[in-house]
Write a protein of this length. Structure first.
Length: 340
């Protein structure tokens, strides 16, 4: 018989009572005696908590009572003989095993990596496609207003030139069957040079510098087709959502996407820096190729314009830079568009 001191609680009041636990190995009984306490329990009526470090452990009884035991070593010794088949110390064994701790760390890192690389993009896509039109329109309007106050300037293109490009784009939309609503806004952006980007509201901003860089209006239309791809796949929204993990989690848990405008301040930076992933750029390129063909336009106009833009922005062919940059290398995109 083994004896261990403990503190007893009857499960009805908070009054602690000092008791003595007597373990009878031959008949499998646990005797609890002390101040007003006299109980006998079979093994099946006793639950011993797993050990966690040096923390006191509780022994729970089927009648609602429990005992707190401070001597973990003595209790472990009892378990080994009185209830050898019980996994009463499994948690303690895990926390004191460096191998198991290392495995746990590796598993946690792997789960974190999977959440960032798979879970977060999936959640961002889901939220981006359920945002109400009113929110996306507000985001687009706020973003354009911010850019107008900071880096964009009024266009210097003539009214006739703007009308001609808008008409060309309208004909492309009609022929291609492009389902994504889109319209053009012209601006100048001397600091950043030739550029075009799509806002969540369906507005595609195209700069004077890009118009001047193009050798043919079909090249401009091809760029607009690419931007339609970003709109169709909601890349701008998804990119910002993926960087706003807290909002994504809250939106998924609560189902409330009404506060989406809270992350709208990040959109201008994303659009100006063209910080779309390789996947997003390839999706937009593929979309452009598809709708250009439907409009009976040669997709190589997009490849030609990408090459012009690459050279105008001073990109290099460095393999190291190609590996580090988030965009696919321009030559890879050009080859893909040409079907090489």
């Amino acid at each position: 018989m083994t004896e261990i001191p403990a503190t007893y609680f009857d499960g009805r009041t908070s009054q602690p009572r000092p008791v003595l636990l007597r373990w009878h190995a031959f008949d499998g009984l646990l005797e609890v005696t002390g101040d007003g306490v006299n109980g006998r329990y079979a093994r099946r009526d006793v639950t011993i908590e797993s050990r966690l470090g040096r923390s006191p452990r509780f022994i729970r009884f089927s009648d609602g009572g429990r005992c707190e035991v401070a001597d973990n070593g003595a209790l472990d010794a009892v378990i080994a003989t009185w209830a050898p088949n019980r996994a009463g110390t499994w948690l303690h064994r895990i926390e004191t095993s460096w191998a198991l701790v290392l495995v746990a760390v590796v598993v946690l890192v792997a789960l974190g990596w999977a959440a960032l690389h798979f879970g977060l993009p999936w959640a961002a896509r889901r939220i981006a496609f359920i945002l109400p039109a009113g929110i996306t329109r507000t985001l687009g309007d706020q973003t354009l207003a911010t850019l107008d106050q900071t880096v964009l300037e009024p266009t210097m293109l003539t009214h006739e030139r703007q009308l001609a490009l808008q008409a060309e784009f309208a004909r492309f939309l009609a022929k291609s069957g492009e389902a994504t609503p889109a319209r053009i806004e012209f601006r100048a952006m001397k600091q950043a040079g030739a550029n075009a980007f799509a806002l969540p509201s369906g507005v595609i901003v195209i700069t004077d510098e890009l118009v001047q860089l193009a050798g043919d209006d079909r090249e401009i239309v091809a760029v607009l087709a690419h931007e339609c791809g970003h709109l169709a796949h909601r890349h701008a929204l998804r990119a910002v959502l993926q960087s706003s993990a807290v909002f994504v989690v809250i939106a998924l848990v609560t189902g409330d996407v009404s506060s989406a405008t809270a992350f709208g301040s990040a959109l201008p930076a994303y659009l100006l820096q063209n910080r779309f992933s390789r996947e997003f750029e390839r999706e937009a390129d593929a979309h452009a190729v598809s709708v250009l063909r439907k409009a009976a336009m040669d997709p190589t106009h997009l490849a030609t314009m990408l090459d012009r833009l690459s050279k105008s922005h001073g990109e290099t062919d460095s393999k190291l830079l190609d590996y580090l940059r988030t965009h696919p290398p321009t030559q890879d995109r050009v080859d893909a568009i040409k079907g090489k």
